[in-house]
Each structure stands twice: as structure tokens, then as C-alpha cells.
Write a protein that binds this ligand. Sequence first.
Ligand code: ATP
Length: 776
Amino acid sequence: LADHLLKVDDNGGRRRKIAILTSGGDAPGMNAAVRGVVRAAIARGCDAYAVHEGYQGLVDGGHMIKKMGWDDVQGYLSTGGTVIGTARCKAFRERPGRLQAAKNMVKEGIDALIVCGGDGSLTGADLFRSEWPSLLKELVSAGELTKEEADNFSHLNIVGLVGSIDNDMSSTDITIGAVTCLHRICESIDSISSTASSHSRAFVVEVMGRHCGWLALMAGIATGADFIFIPERPPSGEDWQDNMCAEIKRHRDLGKRKTIVIVCEGAIDSNLKPITSKDMMDLLTDRLHLDTRMTILGHVQRGGTPCVFDRNLATMQGVEAVEAVLDSRPDIPSPMIGMNENKITRTDLMKAVALTGEVAKAIARKDFIGAMDLRDPAFNQQYEQFMATTLANSEEGDKKESLRIGIINVGAPAGGMNAAVRAAVRYARNRGHIPFGIQNGFPGLIAGQVKEMKWMDVDGWIAHGGSELGTNRDQPSLDLGMVSYQLQKFNIQSLLLIGGFEAYTACLEMYNARNVYPAFCMPMVHIPATISNNVPGTEFSLGCDTSLNAIMESCDAIKQSATASRKRVFVVEVHGGKSGFLAVMSGLAVGATSVYIPEEGINLERLQKDVNHLCQRYAEDAEGKSQGRVIIRSEAASKTYSTDIVSAIIKEEGHQQFDSRTAILGHIQQGNSPSPLDRVRAMRLAICSIDFIEEHACAGSSASSTASHVSTGPAVYNKDPESIAVAGIQGSNVSFTSVEGLLKDTDLKNRKPAQTWWMDYKRTGNLLAHRFDLLK
Ligand code: ATP
């Protein structure tokens, strides 16, 4: 990416004109996409245009197609909806409308159109491109365009960006706006949950998704709902209502005080009959006599400032869309920019649109397995996982083959730790195992603070921040003998460690001590949970998304204050230890002017560049409208150039032009309630980890079962290095890598992975903050 970013486009000597429009329903993050496109286009030597009001702007032309300057997209990152407007345009659906749009584009000299919208908008875009030659021909024969004009624009470059809160587009794992929408839904359901618990009520919550149950499924997972109804997977059996009522009653008997049912607006039964929120409310009221309320979330879901994920996704995709325009040739099909396996990708727009239509067709012919398979690979698995942690097996625990699984938190608190414990406890119990909560980390284990955990013990934990079990950074080496003794005493046969880099080193300590302490010869899994995202073997740790959103919210407020007081530069210090992940990702999301990270350090030359840049930018700001600016400094970026010193230098060198303040965010960065992504990741990692433990406990018992400490359940004695592993998120998969195998990928001294995957985000941040000086 870096090689391309500053290469000026050579379009045969003619400056290329790239236009962007947003179409269909608005989606949070669309503005970040517009900002990314506008600035990347300008940086690459093209002219950028915004078409207002979606396709209507193309049809109307004139002042609806506006040239955009670098500063025209200032403030776009944090703004919800779409500033350039969107519309559902009837005229564009008909050929005369598209003829008019083609004429306007040629008259304006637009070479390429980037469309950000849902499947409808992208279908329209694809049709427009396929008709383009015939549209031009017709316009020439009607005398609306000259032949020369038409010849200059014989090929239409179209690039699709998927802006849709439903996440309903095929060929991409996620669409712009879906995660923010999930934030809004979770905030609402968390609020509903507390009132439901207070009054022991049932709530039926309707969420958006006409043909796609992604929002309902993810919201169900993230809020611990009792039931979800989605179009792709109708409830099975004619007697599903009876089964549902029986389950709810059983959960109520277990002590549950609330019942949350999420209904996707397109939910259907297996005969394709709609399942409505009202139907559900009547069912719960009439059959179970529950005090039931209904909440239709409606447009609340679309609103508000985009979350970090959407800002960064849209920004990266916007920049990639410009690259795709510059790479386009008549023989290459129009691309759609997606995200697959945590990488920004280009796929065939036409194929993606066609594949999306297949889901609706599969549902219409009642091929629900086919419909689920057409969704991204994680969707199916997550549905099963939701079910596996939601319905309590009637015969939970205490089976012959049951394992006694210790669960411990290690390191600083991180969002999602409790959600992971909850999922592990419930899934383990449903599989017949006996989970034990080890309180207060290794000191707690040494002191024998170990307690069996039941289904209801973790009720409500999903939305709790911090660590309900209690956590600290102490290592087993505090007293390896006592750790081993207590594990034997409680007959713990496998260990689930949920925590940060300290949990990784704790695993290493126990692995290295296996020859001395046989109690450590059992399966252990480390689920990375740290805001710093510095554990090897995973692209994301639990808590980092929550933290990024907490940093983003603070920075948005700081930037607002800085802008209000004019001419102020805030140096914001963020956590992360020796990893610059938090600084880079938050810097991109808030449009930081500069980001200092430990991987690069800070020196005088860099400070000089930053001061020069600030002087130039403040000189360019419109009179009386100087912007507030933010610099993000990772806490360990430099020992010498502390946050205070950097700020003092900026203030001194800014003379009267600008001043500087500091903001050290500190523990606020741990966030409050975990973000939806952290909750969803927590469930996935916890369930896969219990599966891993089962697999390795069995492998151990058949290979060797000489451990004297095992008195009940399967004999577990596994010395295989592969039996102590880190559970990681790699692309869209969960992977397990042995702690020993990860050593080569680990910088133990600096407590982080040896390689980073997020440096392209840093370079893009520099590009869009006009820091061309840092890219050279
Ligand atoms: P959302 O997912 O929010 O509904 P969408 O992009 O699918 O977004 P639509 O209303 O289906 O929303 O489409 C937006 C606009 O795209 C339409 O108003 C129309 O102008 C254009 N469009 C949609 N489908 C077509 C089509 N088949 N041919 C031409 N234009 C189309």
C-alpha cells in the first residue's frame, strides 16, 4: 500500500475525476468512506467529486455534483449518517433516468464512480456500467452528446463499497455500518434487560434485517438473549412454539427473572409465514402469562456516531476504492471492495450482487441450509454457538465423562473477560463438564479460592465490564508448588486462562514446569484478553475493541473542545505497553494529526516535522475557524519525549499560532460495558476453547493415564506441547497455537508479538491526515 499512496496518477495527461455517492439506507461510516475516497483521490493527483442525494444527484446533475477539497471532509469521521445525502431514486431504476445520469457524468467529465450503498444500490451501479456503451450511443444519436465527448468516456469505471447496516452482502464478511448498528442495538437491549430483570418481565425486541438475520444473531449473542428469530433459519418443527414455551419456563424455574426474544424484521417460520414481534408477545403473554412488552427499535439502530470498527473499515475501503479505480481496465470486471479474513479485498461486484440474491431465492424455496451456507462461514457456526450457550441442557454437569475445568482471569481487566467466562461455564455445563471459577488470579488459586460455577452464576455477566472473578498480574511462579497443590486438591483437569500477556507467560511457566509438577500436564488454553492487543497468536484480543471505542469517545470530546477553543493541539496519551496497536487504530478513527508508537519511537527530527506540519496547517485554516487537532502518543513511545514534553515543545514552537494541552486517558481506556464485538468474540473463543480442552483431554487419556491426581472423570495426563495453546482470531477463524510454538513469534522482552499486521492502518492514517512527509 505504502508504495502506491503518493504515486501521482498518470491518466494519459488528463486529470482523472472520481466521484462518490452514497445511496439506499444510510449507514454509519459512510462519511468515513467519503472522506477516504476524497482524500486518497486528491493525494493520488485526481479530482474528487461528491454526488449529493445518491443517484438522484446523478440524474439531476448541476450543483448536485460538487468538487471536493481536502478540508471539505473535515469532521466527517465522527458524523453519523451521510453528510452528502442519500435517497431512494425511482428515476434511476428506469432507463431514461440512467440516460440523464450518463449525460451528466460525461458533461462533468467524471471518469469513475464509487457507489457506497446496499445491494440495491450496487445492482443499480452494475446495470449502469453494463448499459454504459448503449447509453452513450443513444445520447449521441439523440444529439445530447457529441461523438468526441462520448469517445472520451467510452468506459465507465464503477467501484462498489458496501454501506449497509444489515450485513447482507455476499462476498464480504462485514459491511460498513453493521457493527455500529449492533452497538445501538446492544445499548438498547442492555437497558431493556435491566428493567426486564427488575419487573421479571419478558421483552420482545424487533431489530432491522429484511432478508438477513446477522444483526439479530449477533445481538442475541452479545446480549445473552433467550431466543432469536431470523429469516435464514426458521424454528424447526411444527411444535416450535410449545418447545419455546417449555424452554422459557425451564429457565424461569432455574431462577431467570427476564426473558429477551429478538425478532428480525424479516423473520419467518419454515412455511415462510412471517413471525412478527406481536405474534411473539401474544405467545408469551397468552401461553406463559408473562408480563411481556414489545420494543421495535426502528431508526434508533441507524443513528449516532460510527464506532471505531466502521470508521476504520470505511476509511481503509475508501482508500482501496480509489486504488481500484486507478487499476481499472475495460477488461476487468467492476470490483466491490469487501473485507475477508480481516483483509480489505476486491471481489467481482456483479458476482457478489448475484450471490446476494441467491440467499433470498434459497429462502423462497425453503432451502434454509443453502441460505445459511451462502452467508459467511462464521455465521452458521455462531448460530450453533448461540444455541449452545443459551439453552440449558436439562441434564447438565456431573456426567461420567465430565472434565473439571478451572477458569481463571490473569492480567489487567479487559472488556469481554466476563462474557468469555459466561460462555465457557454454560457451554461446559451443557457438555457435561464441571467448571470451577478461580478467584483473584494465581494468588487466589494459591489461597484455594476455587468454586464450582453453575448456569445461573453467570447470568447477566455478558454485559459486565471488568472481571467478576477478580484479576491481577501475578504469575504461577509466585508459588508453583502451591499452584500445583491446589490444582490437584480441587482435581482440576484442565485450565482456561482468560487474560493478557501475563496469561501467556503464566502458561509458559507451567509448561516449563511440567517435568516437576505433573499437575500441569493437562490441557490449558489461553484466551487473549487485554486492551493492548499484544498477545501473540491472535489478530485481536478481547477488550481491545472496547478500549478503542472508549479512546475514540474521549478523543471526539477532546477534539470538540480543542476546536471550540480554536488553535489548540491536544497530545493524548494512550495505553498499549510496547505495542502501538491502540494508538494506531484510535488515531485512524479520530483523524489524529500524528501518532507516536513504540515501534517507531520519537526523535527530534520527527518532532520538527510535526511542528512544521502544524504551522503549515494552522496557517491554511480559514480565518477564525482554526481546527482543534489531536496527536496520539502511545505511553511507551519514548522514554525521553514524554507526553508533557511533546506538548511543551508543540506549545513553544507554535508561538501564538497554536497552543497545546495534554490528556492522559489512563484507566478510562478499559471501557465500561464491553463492546458487541468483544462479546461476540468472547463467546466464540470460549466455546472453541472448551472444544479444544475436550479434544486434548481425550488425547491425553488414551496416550497415558498415569496421573495420580485424577480421581474422577476421564484420566487427564497430557504432556504434549500442543496441549497448552493460545486461542486466536485469525481472519474469520479461531486457531490454536501452542505456547511453545508461539515463542518464535514473540518478543518476550517487549511483551508483544514479533510482527504486527496493522502497519497499513498507520500509513493510511498518515495519508489521510495529510502527512505526506511521513510517507516518503
Ligand atoms: P439498503 O440495504 O439500505 O436498503 P440499498 O442500496 O439496497 O440499501 P435500495 O433502495 O434497494 O437500497 O436501492 C437504492 C437505490 O439504488 C434505488 O433507489 C435506486 O435508485 C437504485 N437501484 C436499486 N436497484 C436498482 C436496479 N435494479 N436498477 C437500477 N437502480 C437501482
